[in-house]
Ligand binder design. Structure first.
Ligand code: ASP
Ligand code: MG
Length: 406
């Protein structure tokens, strides 16, 4: 007998028919002898609808009331799914976050889970019932309803799996797993059977939006085996797990990319102590996140300083720099470019292999693609290129690193 936590996202429970299909799937697993805890999201579009309703009432509703409102979406789904299970003759019981007692801190709309009381769930499971839990919500020590941030049901699923020491946490969604890259860009992209937590974090933060990043961090921390799979198709999906040494691994697991990038360069900056902080301090003070940073070697006492930001922050960052120019003295000029993209190769295999970077650069050179910036970490190499080369770069790298589907 195994214990599984199944999490179904909004599209998987988007209609009455789909909730019935989820119930069939859950019942089948229970009938096969497994213990099942189901975590559900609100029906698709529901959370957005509630947010819009709140905005109509008040431009800036308090976070406490927002949480009371937003948590209702999931409460609808747990009741409907439990009814669907009952209709199939499958015993089941629904729980809101507070009823389980998923204790969180008091940071409304972005609360963090502190503790989970498993007693109620355990009693139901032992009595042969399916436990249906509302995702995305908890309760703070004062009894206030809290929510975990958009996409937070993934985190609920993983947290319950950790608390119950489940054999696996299945995240059912509208894709059938994690792919080597976006299949819309590379039709030959392959579904991965396995990927490590670290790789998944790099892929997720680089724009492959399959899972809430926090849920992957959580799963890594508590060593919860996570599996991403389709609620509409049969298949084994992708298992996200720790590296297994005996596993025959590809050097590169995937190619991630991000279109929302912009680049700012300050030329002729005096090469003196404190200049980098003089530039990036005011940027941080404006709450603008900086990604890559490059400072050139200096010539004649001045240097060029380049960094990237999210494209949405481009205009604001440019304005901040304009304000700094006089302060930096010299003949500082500002060059902005918001038509760049970041392309990254990701793989734990590169830790133990030389020459991955040079292969990447050769592939791009052969396609006539100019690399504007480079940054590396232990398991990732990223380059910034002109946005017009995005598809070409991703396809060429995908092929060169042997990721194309035969
Ligand atoms: N319903 C919430 C949202 O739309 C939580 C979730 O679906 O994970 O963000
Ligand atoms: Mg989601």
């Amino acid at each position: 007998m195994a214990l599984y936590v199944y999490k179904f996202g909004g599209t998987s429970v988007g209609t009455v028919e789909r909730i019935k299909a989820v119930a069939e799937k859950v019942k089948k697993a229970r009938d096969a002898g497994d213990q099942i805890v189901v975590v559900v999201s609100a029906m698709s579009g529901e959370t957005n609808r509630l947010v819009a309703l709140a905005k109509e009432m008040q431009p800036q509703p308090t976070d406490r009331e927002l949480d009371v409102l937003l948590s209702t979406g999931e409460q609808v789904t747990i009741a409907l799914l439990s009814m669907a299970l009952h209709q199939l003759g499958c015993e089941a019981r629904s729980y809101t976050g507070a009823q389980v007692r998923i204790l969180t801190d008091s940071a409304h709309t972005k609360a963090r889970i502190r503790e989970i009381d498993e007693a109620n769930m355990r009693a139901d499971l032992d009595a042969g019932r399916v436990v249906v839990v509302a995702g995305f919500q908890g309760v703070d020590e004062h009894g206030n309803i809290t929510t975990l941030g958009r996409g937070g049901s993934d985190t609920t699923g993983v947290a319950l799996a950790a608390a119950l020491k489940a054999d696996e946490c299945h995240i059912y969604t509208d894709v059938d797993g994690v792919y080597t890259t976006d299949p819309r860009v590379v039709p030959k992209a392959r579904r991965l059977d396995r990927i490590t937590f670290e790789e998944m974090l790099e892929m997720a933060s680089l724009g492959s939006k399959v899972l809430q990043i926090r849920s992957v961090e959580f799963a890594g921390k508590y060593n919860v085996k996570l599996r991403v799979l389709s609620s509409f198709m049969e298949g084994n999906g992708t298992l996200i797990t720790y590296e297994e040494s005996e596993m025959e691994r590809a050097l590169i697991s995937g190619i991630a990319f991000n279109r929302d990038e912009a680049k700012l360069t300050l030329t002729g900056v005096p090469d003196l102590p404190g200049v980098a902080s003089k530039i990036l301090g005011p940027i941080a003070a404006e709450n603008i996140e900086v990604d890559m940073i490059v400072q050139n070697i200096s010539a004649n006492g001045t240097t060029d300083f380049t960094f990237t930001v999210n494209r949405n922050d481009f205009a604001r960052a440019q304005k901040v720099l304009e304000g700094l120019r006089a302060d930096l003295g010299g003949n500082t000029t500002i060059i902005g470019d918001n038509s760049i993209v970041k392309v990254s190769i990701v793989g734990v295999g590169m830790r133990s292999h030389a020459g991955i970077a040079s292969t990447m650069f050769k592939v791009l050179a052969d396609e006539g693609i100019n690399i504007q910036m480079i940054s590396t970490s232990e398991i990732k190499i990223s380059v910034v290129v002109d946005e017009k080369y995005l598809e070409l770069a991703v396809r060429a790298l995908h092929k060169a690193f042997g990721l194309d589907q035969e």
